[in-house]
Design a protein around this ligand. Structure first.
Ligand code: NIG
Ligand code: FE
Length: 380
């Protein structure tokens, strides 16, 4: 494979034994091959001069709902005029998604993945959850797997209006799971008042695990429920949202391998208090940041925006937020080959139009991601 030398890197963040370096260079193929000072002699098939810019690992967006049709701009406008967010709009998107053609759904995912790539995201997780019947959940996951290996079965998003509650859990854990499991790595459930209670959530995740899927969960978004503790009990890779946590939840996360994935775009777009990242970090929990990109609660594809919110409004330092948006996301997906630029990691990185990664939070809303490399290939 062709080698690429990236030189004159003003600040190289690696999240690995290579540390954070100034005046650095690196050689990559599809993987990181070598890191050293910009001044040492080296040769490669191609050379990119970073001209003093910052280089950091590509973002790992570990939570996104990209398979859907339509939008809910009117619902957002009503919220900004004082209406609460309930999750009830999920059924509106379900209807639009079921009615859409494969081609329309595919081009919507493609559009959003493109937006993400241009903003530095090189790994994305994609959930189903707007089909809510066997054919549309299976189709959502087939489409998602055209774009990522990080596919998540979220048949248990809400109970659809056309199925009674008890039989829906049976459907999700039976025929729907069997149709979806071949296309999914993960199983997820929205554990929340108005969606699924903790016993239903345990049933859904246990059934998924029995089919070979790995558990993750939407927990404690709108209320302080038992979802986080269930995640820790099951050894889930991640508990996502974590907006309303008891002291026991924080301690449970801190003593576990379960990542707390915070989704500040959702609090921004529902005008809700942000999760307390500082409390989680100070307790020793592992924190990830993700977009939660979806047409209801968080219609952003921008990891730089989430980093800026986390720094400004969740009291994370820029370095903590950038780690959470890269290495933290990789932990939440149990991936060791992305989220860092150690030797042997995928050559997934971004070059900023700025001398340091702090600028991502310091200059919010500015398109600072200048170039993105994905597995050694420039994304243009
Ligand atoms: O993660 N919380 C549940 N699911 C999504 C919202 C989905 C929607 O409102 O369409 C979330 O925020
Ligand atoms: Fe979500």
């Amino acid at each position: 494979m062709r080698s690429l030398l990236i030189t004159n890197i003003g600040e190289l963040t690696t999240h690995s034994d290579e540390g954070t370096r100034t005046d650095a260079a690196m050689i990559v193929t599809d993987r990181v091959e070598w890191i050293g000072p910009a001044t040492s002699p080296h040769a490669a098939d191609e050379i990119f001069d970073a001209q003093g810019a910052a280089v950091l690992p590509g973002f790992v967006d570990s939570h996104a709902h990209l398979v859907f049709a339509g939008d809910r701009a009117a619902e957002f406008a009503a919220r900004m005029a004082g209406e609460p967010y309930t999750g009830g709009g999920i059924r509106t998107t379900m209807a639009a998604t079921r009615a859409a053609s494969d081609a329309d759904l595919r081009s919507n995912v493609e559009r959003l993945v493109d937006e993400m790539r241009r903003q530095g995201t090189t790994t994305v997780e994609i959930k189903s959850g707007y089909g809510l019947n066997v054919p549309d959940e299976a189709r959502s996951l087939r489409l998602a797997s055209e774009f990522t290996t990080e596919t998540t079965f979220l048949g248990a998003h809400v109970v659809p209006p056309d199925v009674p509650r008890d039989s829906y859990v049976e459907l999700v854990t039976g025929p729907m799971l069997r149709a979806c499991a071949p296309h999914a790595k993960w199983v997820d459930v929205f554990c929340e008042r108005g969606a699924f209670d903790v016993d239903e959530a345990r049933t859904v995740l246990a059934a998924g695990m029995a089919e070979g899927l790995l558990p993750r969960i939407h927990a404690n978004q709108l209320t302080e429920g038992d979802g986080v503790r269930l995640a820790v009990e099951l050894g889930a890779a991640s508990a996502d949202h974590c907006t309303h946590l008891s002291a026991g939840d924080v301690a449970a996360l801190a003593g576990s391998q379960t990542v707390a994935t915070l989704l500040p775009g959702a609090e921004f777009s529902t005008r809700s208090p942000y999760p307390d990242a500082r409390r989680l970090l100070d307790a020793g929990a592992t924190v990830a940041l993700a977009t939660d990109c979806n047409p209801g609660s968080s219609y952003t594809s921008s990891m730089p925006f989430c980093v800026a919110l986390a720094v400004r409004d969740m009291r994370m330092t820029p370095a903590e937020a950038i780690w959470a948006a890269t290495a933290g996301g990789a932990r939440a997906l149990r991936r060791s080959d992305v989220g860092h630029l150690g030797i042997g990691a995928y050559a997934d990185l971004m070059v900023l139009d700025a001398p340091s990664s702090v600028h991502l939070a310091y200059r919010p809303g500015v398109p600072l991601v200048k170039e993105v490399l994905h597995k050694g290939v420039w994304v243009r």
